[in-house]
Design a protein around this ligand. Structure first.
Ligand SMILES: *[C@@H]1O[C@H](CO)[C@@H](O)[C@H](O)[C@H]1NC(C)=O
Ligand SMILES: *[C@@H]1O[C@H](CO)[C@@H](O)[C@H](O)[C@H]1NC(C)=O
Ligand SMILES: *[C@@H]1O[C@H](CO)[C@@H](O)[C@H](O)[C@H]1NC(C)=O
Ligand SMILES: *[C@@H]1O[C@H](CO)[C@@H](O)[C@H](O)[C@H]1NC(C)=O
Ligand SMILES: *[C@@H]1O[C@H](CO)[C@@H](O)[C@H](O)[C@H]1NC(C)=O
Ligand SMILES: *[C@@H]1O[C@H](CO)[C@@H](O)[C@H](O)[C@H]1NC(C)=O
Ligand SMILES: *[C@@H]1O[C@H](CO)[C@@H](O)[C@H](O)[C@H]1NC(C)=O
Length: 564
């Protein structure tokens, strides 16, 4: 239960020394960091004191079993919904658990992935399990990295800096539900995976082995799986591989291709680096739209919370930063929370004090804020979105047709995709690691129109039957899987089909020219390829990414392209 807001005296955020009234320092909002291992401590291998497992021997019997094939043999898919070891935070109105409300699953792109029902986009009876009679030929996996700290300069650190600055100068007084800010420190790193984020990718790798391990039998070479050079991207790819192959052998079991992620370098897994309109006011449109909504859904919170802080006006963007801080602190501090639960028999540190400043309705509003931000910056409503996703579509077509790309006029990196070694065509399992904004660009470029069917999203209310939900599309460790299947066809023949599964929800492909409605999400492979080739010719990369234009009427954009 919440404590009552009234009757608490303001706390001055600056230290007051023994010499009364003299301000000596302030620490609220200060950034704290920690380094491990201890300075000067490193492992020098081989170390005779600590022989490795090969040197020690005595491993006991190590026979392997057969590969698992759950995607074909299990009667139904096992749903994934792990937030271990995170503790679910509460809300200001604390309706949960009575309502089953889950703050964690209203974090938008900061939510942990979980299985989504296929009914989400209308395929109520579809399942990721291979349809009876069909056999699996190949899978194409595109996944996001796991839970990370805020990106550099994101709102949480801006809030900490603002608070810290004001505390040390004009002073800030806090009380009631905001009293914790008097001693609050900013403990978050930036960019890299949190411990929970590492477990997400390990789990994804384990799950993929159990579902698709059978496909390893079709490999004649070692797999080549791709990621980008960013710290969290390499870490995510390695954790996926460790989960898939096991930590003792994964470095011998596959090749990890690491594409450079930096401005000016071509990589379909970080396409904004070669698309100027992904880095200017055109890309910022989503933020503009989202902040209009923030003023609506956070109006009550502003009125409710402002009396408990003087010296810092609670603008909608500050309140959004506080909601983001809830997410990030949960990802970080819950490790402490679990220890508290087991060792100290208390969960006092097990959640962020920012979470229960907001009501359930305000968390639903926050979830929608992310939908708007993505729709208008990296989704159907931004004119440079499909251009960013189209490079992956070209690579997909190249893999499906075993035909080398010859025109390099998008984000594709010619020196990678022209190489049999770096970009092989004979893989039963393709794995590409990428970002939230790239997954949202890829599904837009591929014309998964069911995601955009509700049209441009309103900035003043959440639409009924809302489908463009970033919690479902691009959460941490989000995974998009293309299954290439061989299924019975008329006249005793078999045909190849493809279908796409996003976080376990089977997607309807009916928006793609040539793919007719199918209750299992299947499209004949040749029709799908023709549709993708049509998309490649429909998307004007040079104009959408490079031309000097302003955002046209948002009502005219639903395919992530500048209207022609
Ligand atoms: C292509 O990728 C490789 C490896 O990441 C990189 O060295 C090279 O500079 C890239 N080429 C371009 C044009 O970005
Ligand atoms: C904080 O409270 C003190 C003591 O009441 C007061 O002097 C000061 O003006 C307040 N500061 C702000 C920023 O409101
Ligand atoms: C990188 O992308 C640019 C822009 O599409 C293109 O002109 C260039 O040829 C590409 N370079 C490579 C090596 O693919
Ligand atoms: C399909 O194969 C079965 C068994 O081989 C055969 O009896 C049947 O006539 C075939 N049907 C067609 C349409 O070719
Ligand atoms: C993509 O979707 C748009 C809008 O629904 C449609 O006009 C276009 O023909 C589609 N393209 C393909 C290749 O299916
Ligand atoms: C790339 O170049 C080819 C050949 O010149 C052209 O047909 C195609 O439209 C171009 N694609 C883009 C996205 O500019
Ligand atoms: C884009 O066009 C506007 C209006 O014509 C002009 O003011 C601006 O300098 C142009 N920007 C660039 C980068 O060329």
């Amino acid at each position: 239960m919440r404590a009552t807001y009234s009757g608490l005296a303001g706390i001055v955020l600056s230290y007051v020394s023994a010499a009364a009234g003299t301000k000596v320092s302030s620490f609220a909002g200060a950034t704290t960091t920690f380094q491990f291992p201890p300075a000067g401590q490193t492992i020098t291998a081989p170390d005779p004191a600590f022989p490795d497992a090969n040197q020690v021997g005595f491993a006991g019997p190590t026979p392997t079993g057969d590969e698992a094939d759950a995607i074909a043999t299990a009667p139904t898919i096992s749903k994934f919904d792990s937030v271990f070891p995170l503790v679910n935070p509460s809300t200001a109105d604390s309706k949960s658990p009575a309502t089953g409300f889950d703050v964690l699953h209203n974090f938008g792109n900061l939510a942990p992935w979980r299985s989504v029902e296929s009914s989400w986009l209308g395929l109520t009876n579809a399942s990721p399990i291979i349809p009876a009679g069909c056999s699996l030929e190949q899978v194409h996996l595109v996944h996001r990295h796991g839970a990370r700290y805020p990106t550099t300069g994101a709102p949480p650190s801006q809030f900490a800096t603002a608070l810290h600055g004001l505390a040390g100068t004009t002073g800030v007084n806090v009380s009631g539900p905001l009293a914790f800010l008097a001693t609050w420190e900013y403990q978050l790193g930036a960019e890299i995976l949190t411990p929970f984020g590492r477990s997400q990718l390990f789990d994804l790798g384990v799950g993929f082995r159990v579902k698709y391990g059978e496909l390893l039998k079709k490999f004649t070479n070692l797999p080549v799986w791709r990621t980008t050079s960013q710290g969290r991207m390499v870490d995510s790819a390695l954790h996926f591989a460790a989960g898939f192959f096991g930590v003792q052998s994964y470095q011998q079991d596959y090749h990890q291709l690491i594409q450079i992620e930096a401005l000016g370098f071509n990589s379909t897994l970080s396409p904004s680096d070669t698309c100027p309109n992904a880095n200017n006011a055109i890309a910022a449109f989503g933020t503009t739209q989202a902040l209009k909504w923030a003023a609506v859904y956070l109006a009550d919170a502003q009125t409710r919370l402002q009396p408990f802080i003087q010296g810092l006006p609670l603008s909608p963007s500050i309140l959004v930063a506080m909601q983001q801080l809830c997410a990030y602190e949960v990802y970080m501090r819950d490790m402490v929370g679990m220890m508290g639960a087991y060792i100290l028999q208390t969960v006092a540190l097990g959640y962020s004090s920012f979470c229960d400043l907001f009501t359930e309705e305000e968390w639903i509003g926050y979830s929608y804020l992310n939908d708007l931000a993505f729709w208008y910056s990296f989704g159907p409503g931004n004119p440079a979105t499909s251009a960013q996703g189209i490079g992956y579509v070209q690579e997909l077509v190249s893999r499906l047709t075993k035909t080398r790309i010859t025109d390099f006029n998008t984000t594709v990196n010619g020196s990678i995709v022209s190489s049999d070694v770096l970009f092989p065509f004979d893989q039963p399992i393709y794995v590409d690691a990428t970002h939230d904004t790239v997954i949202s660009a890829i599904v837009t470029a591929m014309n998964f129109t069911a995601l955009a069917a509700e049209g441009p999203l309103p900035i003043d209310k959440i639409p009924a039957n809302h489908a463009y939900i970033i919690n479902n599309i691009a959460p941490f460790a989000s995974n998009l899987v293309g299954q290439v299947l061989s299924c019975p066809a008329p006249a005793n023949t078999t045909s190849s089909y493809i279908r796409w599964i996003l976080n376990d929800a089977v997607l309807p492909l009916s928006g793609i020219a040539g793919c007719s409605a199918n209750s299992g999400g299947l499209c004949p492979l040749p029709s799908f390829i023709a549709g993708m080739q049509q998309r490649i010719s429909e998307v004007d990369f040079a104009f959408d990414c490079f031309a000097n234009y302003t955002i046209p009427d948002p009502d005219t954009i639903v395919t992530g392209q500048y209207p022609k």
